[in-house]
Design a protein around this ligand. Structure first.
Ligand SMILES: [Zn+2]
Length: 341
């Protein structure tokens, strides 16, 4: 089903207006100065949400085995922030977050180096600046076919700019909700695992859009900045790893508020990738998380130490490459690594 572009535009325009209203009227409903879209504006907002949800038309079938192309997942070194580029076997490009506004140029350069001139799907996991800041430069400079967002409003100029660009360019905009399957490439399966339909959490982090990507026998989990609460919700909804090898984008830059032992026990990551800035003020990744990941048996990769990290798979074997710290060490439990430690 083709999204209804005119309806989509109206919905977005209202969302932008709502953000502007919040910004300029100084309506700070909760301590952090933000509120849930679903709760925010009575019937009108409810109608917008329904409209945006109706725009989906994203049902997919079972994935076929990978073809000739390989799946590449690039965890781009954006300093303290998060940005992941997925290049699918059939040549589709997916960008999940874009780091801070200051990292926008670096993300554009990275895309250019990889020959990516358009984004088929852009995902803003949640509206914090270290995730959507760099997406503004991407939206300004590169054609984007479709956007998936948590739908959580943040009263910041960055979020307002991000939404306005999507609206101005008429890009189909959808809310990421658990159970939604996204069809871009028939050789992979891409599903939203979180948030649930009601988006119960009052926290922006815990409302992050979480995505599961399966290519043959390899699964990737992209977790945004979820914390223990959302991890619990994902487990409660019955999440089980669906593949023999699993790559986990470690939530919230390796903060101890995330990656609980219970979550890691079920996820059982073979590879764990942490995106954090070198010597960042938060102390990410936290020592307890590194310990929990090691206890779970994961090989740990870090953008603060190893630069951008690229994981390539044919749906069976997995290879890991790092842009710095590369000294040719090989091995690992389930794949080959070309990253030094
Ligand atoms: Zn973050």
């Amino acid at each position: 089903m083709e999204p209804d572009r005119s309806g989509n535009k109206t919905g977005l325009r209202r969302l932008v207006a709502l953000v502007l209203l919040c910004l300029f009227a100084g309506i700070l409903l909760l301590a952090g100065g933000w509120h849930e879209l679903n709760d925010g504006g009575g019937e009108k907002v409810g109608a917008i949400v329904q409209l945006l949800q109706r725009l989906s038309g994203l049902d997919g079938g079972r994935p076929a085995p990978p073809g000739e192309g390989l799946l590449e997942v690039h965890f781009i070194d954006v300093g303290q922030g998060e940005a992941a580029l997925i290049l699918t076997p059939q040549g589709r490009s997916i960008l999940i977050d874009g780091g801070t506004a200051g990292a926008g140029e670096a993300v554009l350069r990275y895309l250019d180096e990889k020959g990516v001139s358009r984004i088929d799907l852009l995902v803003g996991t949640h509206p914090h600046e270290d995730h959507i800041g760099g997406l503004v430069a991407v939206l300004e400079n590169i054609p984007v076919s479709r956007v998936i967002d948590s739908g959580r409003i943040h009263t910041s100029l960055t979020y307002e700019r991000y939404l306005t660009l999507i609206e101005e360019k008429g890009i189909p905009f959808e809310l990421g909700r658990a159970g939604r399957r996204l069809t871009l490439d028939s050789t992979v399966e891409l599903t939203v695992l979180h948030p649930g339909p009601a988006v119960e959490s009052s926290s922006l982090n815990n409302s992050s859009v979480v995505l599961r990507l399966i290519c043959g026998e390899v699964e990737f989990l992209f977790t945004g900045d979820i914390e223990a609460e959302a991890e619990g919700a994902i487990l409660e909804r019955g999440y089980r790893s669906g593949a023999p090898s699993l790559v986990l984008q470690v939530a919230h830059h390796g903060s101890s508020s995330s990656s609980t032992a219970a979550f890691l026990e079920v996820v059982a990551p073979d590879f764990a990738v942490i995106s954090a800035g070198r010597d960042n003020v938060y102390g990410h990744p936290h020592a307890e998380v590194l310990e929990r990941l090691a206890d779970a048996g994961a090989a740990i990769y870090r953008t603060d130490l190893q630069g951008s990290i690229v994981i390539t798979t044919d749906g069976g074997s997995v290879a890991v490459e790092c842009s710095s710290g590369s000294s040719g060490s090989a091995g690992g439990r389930k794949g080959v690594s070309l990253c030094g430690r």
